[in-house]
Design a protein around this ligand. Sequence first.
Ligand SMILES: NC(=O)C1=CN([C@@H]2O[C@H](COP(=O)(O)OP(=O)(O)OC[C@H]3O[C@@H](n4cnc5c(N)ncnc54)[C@H](O)[C@@H]3O)[C@@H](O)[C@H]2O)C=CC1
Ligand SMILES: O=C(O)[C@H]1O[C@H](OP(=O)(O)OP(=O)(O)OC[C@H]2O[C@@H](n3ccc(=O)[nH]c3=O)[C@H](O)[C@@H]2O)[C@H](O)[C@@H](O)[C@@H]1O
Length: 480
Amino acid sequence: MRIKNICCIGAGYVGGPTMAVIAQKCPDIQVTVVDINEERIAAWNNEDVERIPIYEPGLPAVVQEGRGRNLFFSTDVDTAIDKAEMIFISVNTPTKTYGIGKGMAADLKWIELCARQIARISRNDKIVVEKSTLPVRTAAALKEILKHTGNGVKYQILSNPEFLAEGTAIQDLLHPDRVLIGGDIETKDGIEAISALSDIYEKWVPKSKILTTNVWSSELSKLTANAFLAQRVSSINAMSELCEVTGADVTEVAKALGMDSRIGPKFLNSSVGFGGSCFQKDILNLVYIAKSFGLKQVAEYWEQVIIMNDHQKKRFAANIIRTLYNTVSGKKITVLGWSFKKDTNDTRESAAIYVVDHLLNEEAEIAVYDPKVQAEQIYKDLDYLESRNKEANRLNLNVTNDPYEACKDSHAIAVLTEWEEFKTYNWEKIYENMLKPAFLFDGRNLLNIEELTKIGFVIKSIGKPAPTKNSVVSKPALVS
Ligand SMILES: NC(=O)C1=CN([C@@H]2O[C@H](COP(=O)(O)OP(=O)(O)OC[C@H]3O[C@@H](n4cnc5c(N)ncnc54)[C@H](O)[C@@H]3O)[C@@H](O)[C@H]2O)C=CC1
Ligand SMILES: O=C(O)[C@H]1O[C@H](OP(=O)(O)OP(=O)(O)OC[C@H]2O[C@@H](n3ccc(=O)[nH]c3=O)[C@H](O)[C@@H]2O)[C@H](O)[C@@H](O)[C@@H]1O
């Protein structure tokens, strides 16, 4: 089967970049990305391609190439569904905030709405592709909804989870480690649907990297991959605390570990804690699924990854307070970086939100600088926690777009995102304009401790012994 029209429901961090790359690699296919969020669609259509709603290196050029040719962004969901032979569902699947499974299960409200809309509009057979991350066996629910329309339209449901990471989305999409397609491998129609989707990827991905499984394995593989990745971060973060009390250096430990080819060097950077929209949500979802099958030990095992992550964020904030002589009340603390990692403007579940919330509870005066996150978003993130009223958040936290201004007269700086530009600052100038002792808490082990210590900063890194002015500090190991 040759696909000529694709519709993608959901123009977010996944739908936008994924479809832009498909449109680039398959100029013969018309790709329409639809969303109910009018503002977001207007931003995707912004004439100035640098102002699309997502900051992602390399994305503007890919969007520019396809937009208006075979890549379209629209709010007309019905028409796009009607025209398409293949529909990707790429809507949000956050943790439920109400009812049964509150705080754990994935909220499938938006997925179900999509299924019902597809069922209502479709007049010819469709391949429906789950791109969103979903609990194992969601495809069965989708099938049920689509089967009961009684209008004779046939559907094939495929699971095609996305493994891109924000900040490197375009490279990840162009050169994926693997593409996973789960489908009904036991029927002719199922196999045809899988090969229709595979044909699209084969335009740029080697066939050997396209993996076909049954739907349930595919759905569960996605949750498992995120759980394993997050587990590595929590594991190295657990060791960071042990390093701090034993005098070991977590960067050296990570390097030594990573050189073992069975372990590998990636995802061993100790940090203030992982953030992002997915790790926590997907693990909680996994825990919920395990619990609902009565697998207590399995649930508890994975829950520990989240517990460790929460501990790391709290421990970081507590360390700031303890170091500043047990009080931060009325003291200016500068936060460099608000996004959950570098090269993205996404702030969902960013460690910065929780560290700052903790410091505001202790009556600190916060100044924030992030190269890509807007003030409005920062206030929104804090308001969402409802720890204090909106006025108090605005009164006690000031967002500036000048890092030097942000650091001026502050008691301490906390680096919470690993933006490259932080390394290039004139740290001598920053030091001169701070109160002394000038404390620097590097939540990403990003900065050159040796140089900064020489300038006069008192530095607290993650998982490292505190350097003294004359101590020799080894260079950071190359762990990506
Ligand atoms: N953000 C990431 O890096 C990754 C996310 N995922 C998964 O992909 C899915 C989407 O994630 P994001 O793109 O980050 O979410 P997002 O929140 O950025 O985008 C989702 C979009 O879907 C739209 N939407 C919701 N219901 C709709 C409906 N009924 N009709 C039309 N549009 C609708 C929303 O308005 C929103 O713009 C989630 O399941 C997530 O777990 C998977 C891999 C990577
Ligand atoms: O399902 C998803 O949403 C995606 O989740 C992650 O991607 P993402 O959250 O965008 O970014 P990561 O690079 O995984 O980083 C997640 C968090 O862990 C932190 N991290 C990562 C690596 C590390 O060594 N140390 C560390 O603290 C990052 O700073 C960040 O806060 C996965 O890497 C993707 O494969 C997956 O598709």
